[in-house]
Design a protein around this ligand. Structure first.
Ligand code: RB5
Length: 190
């Protein structure tokens, strides 16, 4: 009797899973898209993209993804695989973001490290190197990063797209984090 009830439970679970799982996944996708569209204040946020040669391919993938999402996006290069210097693109994107309040930047080099170091030299930039889903969320929630950087030689396009979406969907929490950002601005000086 116990065996029969176990078998029934297992059968029930499996049938339930087969019926419910696709429906749940579909609902999740719809929910994710809704959150995405409502959070970005999509219509107004402009995205500036830049990379060196090592990040060009991933930058182009992210740019295409952003455009598919309907985000206003501008490609500041590089446009070929010829070797270039990442600080030039970090500076271009950094200055564009500062000149366009409310906009955001995406920078890709081989590791994402050089881009974050260089972009953070631009007054008013808070560039965050993403390395997992949690940092993609916290870069926005706690640090209110206005640029994200990623490593084209270190991560897959699927990871980069997922982290970009998480960053875009998240909102800055304010509160104690605002006080910390004010302290960063004080270090930066006038
Ligand atoms: C270029 O070879 C590489 O050094 C650059 O893309 C980046 O990873 C620097 O941080």
């Amino acid at each position: 009797m116990r065996v029969a009830s176990r078998l029934f439970q297992c059968y029930n679970f499996r049938v339930g899973w087969v019926i419910c799982h696709p429906a749940k996944s579909f609902a999740k996708i719809i929910k994710r898209n809704d959150a995405f569209m409502s959070n970005v204040s999509t219509a107004s946020t402009r995205f500036y993209f830049g990379s060196d040669h090592a990040g060009r391919e991933l930058k182009d993938i992210l740019l295409a993804h952003a455009k598919k999402r309907g985000l206003a996006s501008e490609d500041l290069g590089t446009y070929t695989d010829d070797s270039v210097d990442y600080p030039d693109y970090a500076e271009k994107v950094g200055r564009s973001v500062v000149a366009d309040p409310g906009s955001l930047g995406v920078l890709v080099c081989g590791t994402g490290i050089g881009m974050s170091i260089a972009a953070n030299k631009v007054h008013g930039i808070r560039a965050a190197l993403l390395y997992n889903e949690s940092t993609a969320r916290l870069a926005r929630q706690h640090n209110n990063a206005n640029i994200i950087t990623m490593g084209g030689r270190e991560i897959s396009p699927d990871q980069a797209i997922a982290w970009f979406d998480i960053f875009v969907m998240t909102v800055f929490e304010g509160g104690r984090h605002s006080r910390r950002l004010e302290k960063i601005a004080r270090i930066e000086g006038p």
